[in-house]
Write a protein that binds this ligand. Structure first.
Ligand code: NAD
Length: 352
């Protein structure tokens, strides 16, 4: 059994990663497209064997309601549009897989959760790394205490953002912010799934190069620090201004473990470093070799499996909402220059 997916928004991610990933899915297939560009959508439909009558636009999107070929809607639009297309999609009776960041405000994220609950439909946020074998292995390594007691996590994700000055990523209304919600979110989300905890303290700084036309509306760089209930500290950075970094390192009392790159689509590498048992001056650094899997295919199949088996997705709307709340607090901490204290809550999913 393969569930039918409608892909909404045929931009770079949808065309270069998501559509090809369906070839590696076992439980899902693309059965409809939603786009403002009919010529492009028809061409993509032909390429992937999608029926011409299953090509929609943003106006007749709600007619998906009458299309039994579609079980799940995958929203791959600019961030500020996630809320509207999730709410309309749920009202049309479809389950929703939505790209990260979930939304541009906490209120929008909450509305998305409420709409899917009301329609009794599943909502999953596409945190692809949480379905990826290297990240899963690192979580397992931490939980089994192979690193000893985790003390600190360092995570960096960014790249020098080139291209069109008019792109939606540089518009606050469409993106909700700059590097933080777009790529810094990977660092934030990683600290949460690696610890299995929620932060209790946040401080942060932002910087945008004066006069750089890219950063009229959104920030260039953010650093943020967090404290977790068990005592783990996290130091994170994200930027649209520096050359690529997509990595994290987890420092434990007995060893460190790192993924570098961690947040790329492929080529992930996992290293563990321990003191040598025979030479106190030496470090044993070993690479954990895992076979590469298509992260998007894993994530899409997970959503399909949850719908087929009526299970809660591993990264439900609540997971996106929590990041959305923390992003707002990181901005607040940066603006006020004050450390924000949060109540202790248990990790959203202790099994991870
Ligand atoms: P993109 O700009 O390449 O594509 C966006 C699509 O939305 C385009 O087809 C565009 O035509 C359409 N669109 C509709 N209304 C629009 C409007 N008002 N303004 C601009 N575009 C409009 O962007 P993308 O890189 O494909 O990102 C889409 C979503 O996917 C974002 O939420 C982004 O954060 C997310 N994303 C996730 C990953 C990941 O690894 N999971 C990677 C890249 C992007």
């Amino acid at each position: 059994q393969r569930l039918g997916f409608a892909i909404v928004g045929l931009g770079r991610l949808a065309l270069e990663e998501i559509m090809p990933a369906f070839a590696e899915c076992k439980l899902a297939k693309p059965t409809a497209l939603v786009s403002g560009d009919a010529a492009k959508a028809n061409q993509v439909a032909q390429q992937y064997g999608i029926k011409p009558q299953n090509v929609y636009n943003y106006q007749n999107y709600d007619n998906l309601r009458n299309n039994p070929d579609v079980d799940v809607i995958y929203i791959v639009l600019p961030n500020s549009m996630h809320r509207e297309y999730t709410v309309r999609g749920a009202k049309a009776g479809k389950h929703i897989l939505c790209e990260k960041p979930m939304a541009t405000t906490v209120e929008d994220a909450q509305q998305m959760i409420d709409a899917c609950k009301q329609a009794n439909r599943k909502l999953m946020i596409a945190y692809r790394c949480q379905y990826e074998p290297h990240h899963r292995a690192m979580i397992q390594t931490i939980r089994s205490k192979e690193l000893g007691t985790v003390k600190l996590i360092q995570a960096d994700n960014g790249q020098n953002q080139g291209g069109d000055l008019n792109q939606w990523r540089l518009k606050r209304a469409l993106a909700g912010g700059g590097s933080l919600p777009d790529v810094g979110i990977y660092c934030l989300n990683a600290t949460r799934y690696l610890t299995g905890e929620e932060p209790i303290e946040i401080s942060a700084q932002t910087f945008s190069t004066p006069g750089d036309p890219r950063f009229k509306e959104v920030e260039e760089s953010v650093t943020f620090q967090m404290r977790f209930p068990s005592g783990v500290l996290a130091i994170c950075s994200t930027s649209y201004g520096f050359h690529e970094a997509r990595r994290f390192r987890v420092f434990g009392s007995d060893a460190w473990g790192q993924l570098d790159p961690a947040f790329s689509y492929n080529g992930l590498r996992m290293m563990i470093s321990r003191k040598s048992p025979t030479n106190s001056m030496a470090e044993n650094i070993s690479e954990v070799r895992l076979s590469e899997k298509n992260q998007f295919a894993l994530e899409i199949d997970h959503m399909a499996d949850c719908v087929i088996g009526n299970k809660q997705p591993h990264t439900p709307g609540e997971e996106g909402l929590q990041d959305q709340k923390l992003i707002a607090l990181i901005y607040q901490a940066a603006q006020t220059g004050k450390t924000i204290t949060l109540p202790r809550v248990s990790g959203l999913d202790v099994t991870r």
